[in-house]
Design a binder for this molecule. Structure first.
Ligand code: CTP
Length: 403
């Protein structure tokens, strides 16, 4: 029995990146032998075990053959006769199809190291096309490693997987899993660029795909279209290390602009309400978690109002704080401001400009929070809600004394 480190751990080490999880392949063993050695079986669909001490994953070398649609449609064949080379051949990308033996030697039958050096994401074999998740994985790797590009033959294969309808068999949970990982990568826009180039974006997230080519209003820097603007917004939010809900809100804030009739361009009157409806639809279709959906709904609805902070009447400021539940959810309100800030900065030349609405709204929230609501409620029994509202309004109207 021989064991090898494979996949992401070998790739990341060669890239000089910290290695997160180490996956191992075992050649020449049966499940019974693994159990005897104290390995704990965990695989549902194929034989995978956890090491008794390190708890790292050890999978028996296997081959896979397509037997149906989607990522579950596989027949797995694992036996002590399957070689390491056969196991590496079933993998997605050359950079993920390398192994290290116990002596530290690199086993690289598909020239993964050369592709790492040349910064290329290239498929290993035509079997790539058997698993549509791989389209998403390639796009996500492009977002994680922004200096890599997709080999033209791989892009061609991905296009054929889209036109054959294979991509339509992806289950929503898997799409969101990969989208969310891509959003949390260094440059999320690259994931959407790759998906657009192969035609998958139009199938998986047509609401976003539609924004490319849609002009921005004149006051919003019309030199980039709405799709490009949204990409800049998402990348800016990633550059700040913002959370997944903020990055998803950045992605979804302008979806409504994609449904403006073209004769009304470059204006997008009422796009906020249409964005809200589309966020609801997308969230339902992709089973997006509620923290991401709820923040995106607020950002879609209120980003225009937040941008106008300095022109708003105190009544409107308070209404926004109340409607966004800012008093009970101040952290979420801050995330909302982070998404709005990303929207503002996602325009050419705006990357380093000050964004006064951020501090304006934080200070408005702090002034309202300083109101002693418990005391006011006791003093105004039966009329507590209105009394608290009025006291907060007074706080917002009171000029700030500078020391
Ligand atoms: N793999 C594959 N096709 C997939 C999923 C995984 O070929 N659809 C192979 C690749 O060789 C990959 C390995 O299984 O390197 C482990 O997969 P996974 O842990 O999902 O990804 P990693 O490449 O380790 O990347 P990450 O760092 O994102 O976990």
């Amino acid at each position: 029995m021989r064991t090898y480190i494979v996949g992401g751990a070998v790739r990341d080490e060669l890239l000089g990146l910290p290695v997160q999880d180490r996956d191992h392949v075992v050649v020449g063993a049966t499940p019974e032998q693994m159990a005897e050695l104290g390995f704990r079986p965990v695989g549902k669909d194929f034989p995978v075990f956890l090491h008794p001490d390190s708890h790292e994953e050890y999978a028996l070398a296997r081959t896979e053959r397509k037997s149906g649609h989607g990522y579950k449609g596989f027949t797995v064949f694992a036996s002590p006769e399957v070689t390491l080379e056969e196991d590496l051949l079933r993998r997605d990308l050359t950079i993920n199809a390398m192994a290290r033996d116990e002596q530290g030697n690199l086993i690289d039958p598909h020239s993964g190291l050369a592709d790492i050096r040349a910064r290329i994401l290239r498929h290993v074999s035509p079997a790539f096309a058997e698993d549509p998740v791989r389209i998403l994985r390639v796009a996500r790797f492009a977002a994680r490693f922004p200096d890599f590009h997709v080999a033209s033959e791989t892009l061609e294969l991905m296009r054929s997987m889209v036109s054959s309808g294979e991509v339509d068999h992806l289950v929503p949970e898997r799409v969101w899993q990969e989208f969310s990982r891509g959003l949390m990568s260094l440059r999320p826009s690259r994931m959407f660029d790759v998906l657009r180039e192969c035609g998958a974006l139009a199938r998986l997230l047509p609401e976003l795909d539609r924004l490319f080519g849609v002009p921005q209003p004149p006051e919003h820097h019309p030199e980039v279209d709405t799709g490009v603007h949204v990409m800049l917004v998402v990348d800016w939010s990633a550059s700040k290390g913002y959370s997944l809900p903020v990055r998803f809100s950045a992605l979804a804030h302008d979806l409504g602009k994609g449904t403006t009739p073209s004769e009304l361009w470059p204006k997008h009157h009422g796009h906020e309400a249409r964005s809200v409806e589309l966020v609801k639809e997308v969230a339902q279709r992709l089973r997006i978690p509620s923290d991401c959906r709820d923040l995106a709904l607020l950002v879609a609805r209120y980003h225009g109002d937040i941008h106008r902070a300095l022109e708003l009447k105190p009544e409107t400021v308070l209404k926004i704080l109340e409607s966004t539940d800012a008093f009970r959810r101040p952290e979420r309100f801050t995330e909302m401001l982070e998404a709005c800030e990303s929207d503002f900065r996602g325009r050419p030349g705006y990357e380093n400009r000050p964004y006064p609405p951020f501090d304006f709204f934080l200070s408005a929230l702090a002034r309202c929070q300083a109101v002693d609501t418990a005391f006011i409620a006791v003093e105004n029994l039966g009329n507590e809600k209105n009394a608290v509202h009025q006291a907060r309004l007074t706080a917002l109207k009171t000029p700030i004394k500078l020391a």
